[in-house]
Design a protein around this ligand. Structure first.
Ligand code: SF4
Length: 525
């Protein structure tokens, strides 16, 4: 058995909690030992939700195991119903409770509660959090929309051409990366297209809302990890088609608009002409050319990894040196995008393997989860978080979607910012000789009088020249090396290589300041 210090996903009952917490008027009774109540903190402390999740735990202790834990479960369920009076109750067991085999579903039925009791079979030792969320939503959709399903094999009636096209949005949960903001963004976009949103699930839905899912013309699947299983069942049962494009980045957002327009039978050209993002222009603008070709490593859930790899390569001009996911269920999609971009996919849920790969590839930017933020920080590499698992700072107070046109602006800001900070630091390095920016002047010169510079000893003119590179080629004199360091970092490597080639072609052993400027003049011609 391997103990993990960090884990990308929790057990499947945490996935069920993400669904219950996102919904309204539903309660989850979880057969679980005392310690499992830690999961509440994910929602109240990390996501900063103002209320506790709608979950009641049986909280059995070691001494209860010799007694009737089934009775404890029934009592807890009855009390939770009386206290919260929800429209429906979900019942299940956490990892430890699974081992005592009390059968919460069967026990729930014997109580004869006046509301539906949905049993969740979530095998904790084989499955993980995202699967748990997906399975929970699927079971709830079947339980509540199922009774309204047409007879098997019935053709779906064509939509009344006078009626507005309508859809549901499937997938957003509690504790999801920017789910609330993505939903706002996509609801707005669908509204501008003239498509009515009937039900958003699980976020904000009640069991009664789930019962109405079959009424919409089609389903928009924003997060396949949690919404696709339910959408497939709705497609099979109600004949509702579903979207396949996740609208992250400009290209995918435009493709998504066209896909929705095709499903809704509407003309999207006005919206496609009108909608704007600053990302394409920023990607082409002058200062951004310094960012082109930056080596980026991506590791996330499959949806965000695939989207980020395409956006990074095609919309930012970055070089994707590696892409991976911890979610084996969707590994095929990540392998496909890796192949498309000529790189290798990393499929693992071991963060140490991810750390090794990042160390080996030495990217200039990491796009990842909270885990990769820690890894990148340790390695001194810029990082932006693009996917769950996330920490408290990834639930910002401002709106910060990843999807749609505004989402593309947010991607620009958050991915490029770590690189721009690097640029700023290098500019400070270039002006280190200036009285305001020398090493002892502190982090910022704003609003403070320049600090007097400590006397620097003159470099010993007789000491051997420090080589600026470790190749066998010509060596750099100390003066030339110091002069080279004044060249902005983003062209310094090229200046060094050009000068060395220039010196080598002329049989020079040492590069002096004159050689550096002769080379500059030579290559400028
Ligand atoms: S951010 Fe780091 S320290 Fe904080 S909970 Fe996450 S893994 Fe632990």
């Amino acid at each position: 058995m391997k103990l993990a210090v960090w884990t990308y996903e929790g057990p499947p009952h945490v996935g069920a909690m993400r669904v219950a917490t996102a919904m309204r008027d539903i309660h989850y009774v979880l057969h679980a030992p005392q310690g499992d109540t830690y999961a509440d903190l994910l929602f109240t402390m990390i996501e900063r939700l103002p209320t506790r999740p709608p979950v009641t735990y049986t909280t059995f202790q070691a001494r209860d195991l010799g007694t009737d834990t089934a009775e404890l479960f029934k009592r807890t369920l009855g009390e939770a119903y009386e206290r919260f009076k929800p429209q429906a109750v979900m019942v299940g067991a956490s990892c430890t409770a699974e081992l005592i085999q009390d059968d919460p579903g069967g026990l729930g039925r014997t109580l004869g509660l006046p509301v539906p009791v949905v049993p969740l079979e979530l095998p904790s030792y084989q499955r993980k959090e995202n699967w748990g969320a997906s399975e929970t939503l699927y079971q709830l959709v079947r339980a509540f929309a199922g009774p309204n399903a047409p007879e098997a094999g019935t053709e779906r009636a064509p939509r009344d051409p006078a009626a507005r096209a309508s859809c549901n949005i499937l997938g957003p949960t509690a504790l999801g990366f920017r789910h609330r903001d993505d939903v706002d963004e996509i609801v707005g976009l669908l509204g501008r297209l003239g498509v009515e949103v009937r039900v958003i699930a699980p976020q904000g839905a009640t069991p009664a809302d789930l019962a109405r899912l079959g009424e919409a013309d089609f389903n928009v699947v924003l997060y396949p990890e949690t919404g696709e299983a339910a959408a497939r069942w709705l497609e099979k049962t109600f004949g509702q088609p579903r979207t396949r494009t996740v609208p992250i980045g400009i290209g995918a957002t435009r493709a998504f608009i066209q896909e929705v327009a095709d499903l809704a039978g509407i003309d999207a050209s006005a919206v496609l002409d009108r909608e704007q993002s600053r990302l394409p222009w920023y990607s082409r603008s002058i200062d951004s050319t310094y960012l082109t070709g930056k080596r980026v490593f991506i590791f996330a859930d499959a949806t965000h990894a695939v989207a980020a790899a395409r956006v990074a390569a095609h919309e930012f001009g970055f070089e994707v040196v590696g892409v991976g996911t911890y979610d084996r269920t969707f590994a095929r999609d990540v392998r496909a995008v890796a192949e498309e971009l000529g790189t290798e996919a990393l499929i693992t849920d071991d963060y140490l393997e991810v750390e090794d790969r990042i160390t080996e590839l030495r990217p200039e930017l990491v796009l990842g989860t909270q885990m990769e933020r820690h890894i990148a920080k340790r390695l001194g590499i810029g990082c932006a978080v693009i996917s769950a698992p996330v920490h408290v700072q990834d639930f910002p107070a401002r709106r910060s979607p990843q999807m749609g046109f505004e989402g593309a602006n947010v991607l620009w800001d958050t991915w490029v910012h770590p690189l721009m900070m690097g640029l700023e630091e290098h500019l400070l390095g270039m002006f280190r000789g200036d009285f305001e920016f020398h090493d002892d002047a502190g982090a910022s010169h704003h609003g403070a009088a320049p600090t007097p510079r400590a006397e620097e000893p003159d470099p010993d003119p007789t000491s051997p020249a420090e080589p600026a590179n470790d190749t066998d080629g010509p060596h750099w004199s100390q003066d030339a090396d110091r002069e080279l360091r004044k060249v902005p970092f983003f062209v310094r490597g090229k200046a060094r290589r050009n000068t060395e080639t220039f010196a080598r072609d002329r049989g020079l052993d040492t590069i002096t300041i004159e050689t550096l400027y002769d080379a500059k003049a030579h290559y400028a011609r």
